[in-house]
Design a binder for this molecule. Structure first.
Ligand code: MRU
Length: 348
């Protein structure tokens, strides 16, 4: 591992999946172990692990655990029995397309395993998915940092698109790590990211871990920060990018993109091609997850809102391609994305 690349939130050890529990970071660095695919799916739903690429990698290991169990139960019937496990894994969260992409890759191996147990071939595929993700992040780090001009500027990020949200290094935080290493940024501004606080709890933890200066702000303060001239780029990840370059990401990303355009701040989306869904023409077709209204009506498990108040909790939004200056993937950079440019990049 290189400098700034030393957090691995997903580990496969001695036939078990290990996940750092992101619900309780940074107060506690607790690792949980999984031996059953249904528990892995529940870990995704309950956000033990979160972030689009990390969800995909985790699901791939979940398929390994499912296949091992189904094959133990029936060497003849495992291939049909595992379908229920794949369905349960696929139902764990709706927006991050990496989940479905990873399950389909694992399904390809399930269909091609000839004789003997499926465990080794499926484990090898899950490990490829995992390693490819880290390699993609390192490449995107270089490509994204190359777009940032000047020295010591400010970068604003939203949610956590870091090592914790991926196999390692991160997408948006990968670019930020590479930009910091090159002297191109001196301060990372992190939206706290209501309601789940991925910015305050996870992005800040990763930046402090790597000795990269980080300043937290309330999500609503981002536009005012831009007005002060403190940031030159907004750099974020994505859960799903449509064929026309529309970008689904954590709720509040759209507001940050609108504010960036108004203030002349550039807006960069960093995501591997496993996050691009060419079957979806535009962002309006992307399923947006709604989570419990308790996340809005309370804080840290404590009710804060008046008893009869209602709440609305969509956890992602869609930023139209028009507001995006650059999409960075491991295959290359798409400036001012549209359907034609996205298709060319995906085919390259
Ligand atoms: O609800 P979460 O924490 O899974 O949402 C995560 C995000 O929105 C990230 O920005 C996105 O998945 C990209 S992660 C590299």
């Amino acid at each position: 591992m290189s400098a700034f690349d030393n957090i691995r939130p997903i580990q496969w050890e001695h036939g078990k999946l290990r996940l750092i529990d992101q619900r309780i970071l940074p107060q506690s660095e607790t690792w949980l172990e999984y031996e059953a695919s249904a528990d892995v799916a529940d870990a995704i739903t309950s956000m033990v692990v979160r972030g689009a690429p990390a969800i995909g990698i985790t699901a791939a290991y979940g398929v390994v655990l499912a296949a091992q169990r189904r094959y133990r139960e029936s060497a003849d019937g495992w291939r049909s029995a595992i379908e229920d496990d794949l369905k349960y894994l696929a139902a764990s969260r709706p927006t991050a397309v990496n989940l479905f992409w990873a399950i389909e890759r694992m399904r390809g191996v399930i269909e091609s395993v000839a004789v003997g147990g499926p465990g080794p071939a499926l484990l090898a595929e899950a490990q490829h998915i995992h390693q490819e993700d880290v390699a993609a992040n390192l490449r995107m780090g270089e490509l994204g940092a190359a777009l940032i001009e000047g020295e010591g500027g400010g970068i604003l990020t939203h949610c956590n698109a870091g090592a914790l949200a991926t196999g390692g290094y991160g997408t948006a935080l990968g670019v930020i790590r590479s930009a910091f290493a090159a002297g191109k940024t001196a301060m990372v501004y992190a939206d706290e990211t209501r309601p789940w606080m991925q910015g305050a709890r996870l992005t800040a933890w990763e930046m402090v871990h790597d000795d990269i200066p980080v300043t937290l702000l309330a999500d609503g303060a981002a536009a005012y920060l831009m007005k002060q001239g403190k940031v030159q780029w907004v750099v974020v990840g994505s859960d799903r990018i449509a064929a026309n370059g529309d970008v689904a990401n954590k709720i509040g990303t759209y507001s940050a993109a609108l504010a960036a355009r108004y203030h002349g701040v550039k807006f960069m989306v960093v995501a591997p091609t496993s996050t691009v869904d060419m079957s979806v023409a535009s962002g309006g077709e992307i399923p947006i997850e709604s989570r419990s209204t308790d996340e809005i009506l309370g804080l840290a498990g404590q009710r804060i809102a008046a008893e009869k108040a209602q709440a609305w909790n969509p956890v992602f939004d869609v930023t139209p391609a028009d507001l995006v200056d650059a999409i960075v993937t491991e295959k290359g950079v798409v400036l001012n994305p549209n359907t034609e440019k996205m298709a060319v990049m995906m085919k390259s």
